[in-house]
Design a protein around this ligand. Sequence first.
Ligand SMILES: *[C@@H]1O[C@H](CO)[C@@H](O)[C@H](O)[C@H]1NC(C)=O
Length: 207
Amino acid sequence: MSPSTLKVLLSFIIYTFTLVNISRAGDPDILTDFISPITGPIDANFFTYTGFRVLVGPQNPSPPPFKVLKATMIEFPSLNGQSVSYASLQFQPKSINPPHIHPRSAELLFLVQGSLQVGFVDTTNKLFTQTLSTGDLFVFPKGLVHFQLNADDKAPAVAISAFGSANAGTISLPNTLFNTSISDNVLALAFKTDVSTIQNLKKGFST
Ligand SMILES: *[C@@H]1O[C@H](CO)[C@@H](O)[C@H](O)[C@H]1NC(C)=O
């Protein structure tokens, strides 16, 4: 094979891979209209999820500081194969959704009540942060570390987030690092600190 033929062949291979990657922005395509987990007829109830009614009904008198309600393919099986899902985020005053990652999707957050400080860090370690007002939308790019904080000491905040995956996945950084069995020694070295500091951090997660 001549060097120029090889060059053309290599460019073709690179081009093909690039095209395939571009066309895979969401979940893999399915070859049916939808995926039913049961055999036999289904009706519109299969495409209806009522788990968010609690958001518009009477509120819990003693809500937790931060609460997530998800409508992914786990809770709402008809989303399987549709590349979409929702989450609602309810923040009591002075509460946080700790730094985390969604490995399979961007997140488009719509703030429906209160105000929220949000931020994400890109792969060059640059922080993008913003204070959102009710009615604002903010996008957290796919796979980047991000967080939300309700800094107000009196008013709650409520947001609805849309995802371009039926199962975006969540990796909570504090939980992944300090609530698994990664050894204290590895963490002490990684955080340039001592083992007792790591053990103190881990204490906050033991239930
Ligand atoms: C720590 O991990 C356990 C087991 O996965 C989980 O049940 C618990 O909620 C986690 N603790 C915190 C504080 O996230």
